[in-house]
Design a protein around this ligand. Sequence first.
Ligand SMILES: CSC[C@H]1O[C@H](OP(=O)(O)O)[C@H](O)[C@@H]1O
Ligand SMILES: Nc1ncnc2[nH]cnc12
Length: 315
Amino acid sequence: MADEKVLIGIIGGSGLYHIDNLTFVKHVNPETPWGFPSSPITIATTPSGTHVAFLARHGQGHTILPSAVPARANIAALKSLGVRTIIAFSAVGSLREEISPGSFALPSQIIDRTKGVRPASFFEGTSIVAHAMFGDPFSGKLVNWLEGKVKKALEAEGRGVQLFTGKTIVCMEGPQFSTRAESIMYRQWGGDLINMSVLPEAKLAREAELSYALIATATDYDSWRPQSEAVTAAEVFKTLKANADTSRLVAATIIEDLHAAITGDEASIFLEEAGTMKFSIMPRSQLQNPEDRKKLAFVLPEYFEGEEAKDVSSA
Ligand SMILES: CSC[C@H]1O[C@H](OP(=O)(O)O)[C@H](O)[C@@H]1O
Ligand SMILES: Nc1ncnc2[nH]cnc12
């Protein structure tokens, strides 16, 4: 019997505006307390009935600048559909010679170079304070699980695409690319990859207690190589299509296994974040606005739904 629950969310980045080998079910466009997602979300199904939710980060026609991506609405909308695990794709620059354009990576760390202009917390603007843990910004168990599956998919594709793990991604504000000096500095800081999208997306997934991993697809060498031209959008576009084709293949290959793992014996892998906000939300106070609690119930019903919602301070 087909399982119609949508447990898997896929976020497509630059060049990745749909996924293949799935049957279209419907479009949904949930309004969240943080507005509408970047674009209507496509619900699609595999032949065996596994449903997935696909969301184009920059909108279907790539109309949204990185700083303007409604990341809170995106994550809240996916959670409201029942999604537990998000696999996000991103076109990234490479800060390392060995990570050549066309390579894939599963980063494990992030350096934040956004400029504070992106709303980065569901708690922002409310009377409720929370400090989510973010020392390990990606879901380690999910990343480990993905490593083998993505490697296998890349091998099956047969184009020799390499997969790197344990890398650090710098998230910059953009939309302009980095200067040469910045690019060199990021390398000195330990950065391996660079994009404009992983934050606040990863922070919000953590606040929503969703497991989240990024599949980074390298398009260029940014601007650190002394003898090479600094990166241009045209340079990025050269690799974008091949990377998007490979990303679609990877997505199509892993969906069934991912769903089976989430719903089967390996379920705990995808529940690493569940319950973690209990230790992050400051104790309930008379001064908290009930409207704010209602708003937060949209993403964290466990803590904020109804007056009877559990007082986290006594948890
Ligand atoms: C098109 S180059 C810069 C642009 O590409 C990446 O987008 P995404 O992460 O959504 O694939 C990068 O983060 C920038 O937004
Ligand atoms: N060099 C780069 N800098 C930031 N984001 C990118 N996305 C793809 N290439 C990039």
